[in-house]
Design a protein around this ligand. Structure first.
Ligand code: DOR
Length: 429
């Protein structure tokens, strides 16, 4: 078998822009050998990628892989397969597992489970023990294993004193504190965005302020402590405005927005389908517009999936009893290409380069497509349209709200450390 493969005839797109170029990969070394127009392909296997974009593999800073503890909904392996099929070469697993990823032993377990997965799997660590918001988790022992993002995701850290302390530790450890911004006292009992639709539907709502109050608080605490913070799944216009102002002020803050928060609004809840129940909730048209603007101008650094698998049984419960969350890894790139309306070079920034930096992976992912670089790549055909079928997924769950949507842009190949883990849209492992 040939040691090198050439992705031939595609358009390379990375942080440096777009250009017509072939890409030669050394599969055994896991590296890109050379990139250039009309490479000599003698002795190499050739993959014709004409008409497709060849770009750095995507990075998701926010995925729920459910293992350990909720393997009926997803495993590290099935979640990572969804990621690879979606063009991702790295994901950060959220810590709201059972037990929570709140100590070195569970970090080790998740990393071990991910070691043979078709996508690099990194663990985030909980900020507090069991994500209970009461005592700080042993962040240093998790950081020593390479954990870079700390969050109690699924819940915000409510106590500002504890959050201050966590930020001080994060600052000293050189890691990033990520926050699910939601003030429980305002959000409790709410199952969707509080507004005209919650009133019409008779579903208790939670106000935008339940997110915004914590964004404001944590920006203040970041200023106080000098910690680097990351605001997870920003969902309101005022949150975007606060992040923009904080950045202009020189604060070390980054932010992510999910695909669902720029493609769906609270009006979808009129179906009473729990597929549209998510935390933070789907918001208004004005919020969606602000998220899109924030992603376009770079206020929001990353598109995240918040891939949140839930079993069929749990998502068949009434809206108020069903758990929040929706699948995301297999649809994110096509949703962004179809609905975000930003140039591919910017999309690469938001879906690969930016998230790789946030996750502390910038040495290996989100790299330029150039000789000597790690061969972590995604090849996507921008001309291909496809219709989302909830039953056609590598996930153990089916809870996508996008069933029946026709999207533009299909992942053809994913290359992980030189290996073709997805070929012609099919997972190879
Ligand atoms: O919708 C959500 N689902 N938001 C979260 O914060 C948690 C996640 C989950 O774990 O299902």
């Amino acid at each position: 078998m040939s040691e090198t493969v050439v992705l031939a005839g595609g358009t390379v797109v990375d942080a440096d822009g777009e250009r017509r170029a072939d890409v030669r990969i050394d599969q055994s070394r896991g590296k890109i050998v050379e990139v250039g127009a009309e490479l000599d392909v003698t002795g190499s296997e050739i993959l014709d990628v004409s008409g497709a974009y060849v770009m750095p593999g995507l990075v998701d800073v926010h995925a729920h892989l459910r293992q350990p503890g909720r393997e009926e909904a997803e495993t590290v392996e099935t979640g990572a397969r969804c990621a690879a099929l979606g063009g991702y070469t790295a994901v950060v697993a959220m810590p709201n597992t059972t037990p929570a990823i709140d100590c070195a032993a569970v970090v080790r377990e998740v990393l071990q489970l991910g070691s043979s997965a078709p996508c690099d799997v990194h663990a985030s660590g909980a900020v507090t023990v069991d994500r209970a918001g009461e005592a700080l988790a042993p962040m240093a022992e998790m950081a020593a294993l390479g954990v870079h993002l700390f969050t109690d995701d699924g819940a915000g850290v409510q106590d500002p004193g504890l959050m201050r302390r966590a930020m001080e530790y994060a600052r000293d450890l050189g890691v990033t504190l990520a926050q699910h911004c939601e003030v429980d006292a305002l959000a409790a009992g709410g199952h969707m965005h509080e507004g005209e639709w919650s009133v019409r539907l008779g579903i208790p709502g939670q106000p935008a302020e339940s997110e915004e109050l914590m964004v404001a608080r944590d920006l203040m605490l970041a200023r106080l402590t000098g910690a680097r913070i990351h605001i997870q799944h920003v969902s309101t216009a005022a949150s975007v405005a606060m992040v923009r102002a904080a950045k202009a002020d020189g604060l070390a803050v980054t932010a992510e927005a999910t695909t669902h928060h720029f493609t769906l609004t609270h009006a979808e809840c009129a179906s009473y389908s729990p597929l549209f129940k998510v935390a933070p909730p789907l918001r208004t048209d004005a919020d969606v517009a602000a998220i899109r603007t924030g992603l376009a101008d770079g206020t929001i650094d990353a598109v995240a999936t918040d891939h949140a698998p839930h079993t069929q049984e749990s998502k068949e419960l009434p809206f108020e009893q069903a758990p929040p969350g929706m699948l995301g890894l297999e649809t994110a790139l096509a949703l962004a290409m179809t609905h975000l309306g930003i140039p591919m070079t910017e999309l690469v920034q938001r879906m690969s380069v930016g998230p790789a930096r946030i996750a502390g992976l910038a040495e290996v992912h989100g790299r330029p497509v150039a000789g000597g670089e790690p061969a972590n790549l995604c090849v996507v055909d921008p001309g291909a349209t496809w219709t989302v079928d909830p039953n056609q997924t590598a996930s153990r769950s089916r809870n996508t709200p996008y069933g029946g949507w026709t999207l533009q842009g299909r992942v053809v190949h994913t290359v992980l450390h030189g290996e073709l883990v997805v070929a012609n849209g099919e997972a190879r492992r």
